[in-house]
Design a protein around this ligand. Structure first.
Ligand code: SER
Length: 339
């Protein structure tokens, strides 16, 4: 008998940490965690198996097929938006070819199991490319179908992988004599900028908010790389994890989209600064916009319309901006840096 497991790639990332911890809290530990670097020790005890491996290594996946029955795949591994701009082709390989490898694994698993394997894919607000600030202000909450013209390699990769997900779900080998019986049960969320109290992001362009908060808590100076009036949606990490788990549980018959917006709050960088100043009055935060990164953030929407997620799988965040700071970020971050 092959062992039944949940596969999580990119385990060491911010979402990986949040997801594995939450699953452990829910009593779920039949997790196979993969990361390109050795999986953090703090996570290993919460997983059945922690592998160091490359998602571009097909042999790794071939071995997994023979040993495991994969119930659900959370494919979290990716090169984020700022990092991807420095090595666009390498980012494409990891973000697109890596996802394709996982989709192939999911198809093979689906055939073995006689049902379609669930594939949870974090997409991003980086799939949007709003042409200019005037249109961004006027647009307000953007729908999933609006402005699908990303300006970053990461955004292109995420948008294309959503399309690939639809293909693997509905059209894979459509001309074959024996059409694919199950396909992949692909489900995706376009996450806003995420703010975690327990990890610090690396390589994203929405990192200015979490960086500002974590630096202030450590009494370190910080130069915010976007203008004070920069506004994009953000979310506290526990809500991001809640969304992934809710979408995983949702009844497929109710799902009307391959990729869903989800919203929580959308403060400007200046509004975040003001909250931080109240909590840490001695913090030394300056605004020194990096014009190139600014240009990227300016193409991301100021807010998202998440009506579809509300209707289809009862999405509702637990944390608004105030509660995120008061009940999650401040208590957890302060404890973290007191040690
Ligand atoms: N927050 C991510 C980034 O900035 C986008 O998904 O790259």
């Amino acid at each position: 008998m092959r062992k039944q497991i949940i596969l999580i790639t990119g385990a060491n990332g911010e979402m990986g940490h949040g997801l594995i911890s939450q699953l452990a809290e829910n009593g779920i530990t039949n997790i196979l965690a993969i990361d390109i670097k050795p999986v953090d020790e703090s996570l290993q005890s919460m997983c059945q198996l922690a592998l160091t491996g490359d998602i571009l290594d097909n042999e790794l996946f071939d071995r997994l097929v023979s040993e495991y029955e994969i119930l659900t795949i959370y494919h979290l591994a990716a090169v984020l938006s700022t990092h991807a701009e420095f090595t666009p082709e390498a980012a494409h390989r990891i973000n697109v070819q890596g996802t394709l490898n996982l989709l192939r694994l999911a198809i093979e698993q689906s055939r073995w199991q006689g049902r379609s394997v669930k594939f949870l894919f974090p997409s991003s607000i980086a799939v949007y490319g709003v042409p200019n600030l005037e249109i961004k202000t006027k647009a307000g909450k953007v729908k999933e179908s609006d402005f699908n013209q990303p300006t970053t390699m990461y955004g292109c990769n995420k948008l294309y992988c959503e399309v690939l997900g639809r293909y693997y779900q509905q059209h894979y080998r459509q001309l074959a004599a024996d059409p694919e019986p199950y396909g992949v049960d692909f489900r995706s969320i376009r996450f806003p900028g995420l703010i975690s109290a327990v990890t610090v992001p690396s390589g994203g362009t929405s990192d200015f908010a979490p960086e500002m908060i974590h630096r202030a808590a450590q009494h370190q100076p910080y130069n915010c790389f976007v203008r004070e009036d920069t506004r994009i949606p953000f979310m506290a990490m526990p809500d991001a994890i809640k969304a992934l788990l809710l979408l995983e549980q949702a009844d497929q018959k109710r799902l009307t989209k391959i990729a869903y917006n989800i919203g929580a709050f959308n403060p400007s960088a200046g509004e975040i600064y003001k909250i931080i100043k109240k909590i840490y009055p001695n913090s030394l935060i300056d605004f020194k916009p990096d014009l190139k990164r600014q240009k990227i953030v300016d193409t991301w929407p100021a807010d998202v319309d998440d009506t579809a997620a509300q209707n289809d799988w009862d999405w509702k965040p637990d944390y608004d901006l105030c509660r995120a700071f008061e009940e999650y970020l401040i208590p957890t971050i302060s404890k973290r840096y007191q040690r």
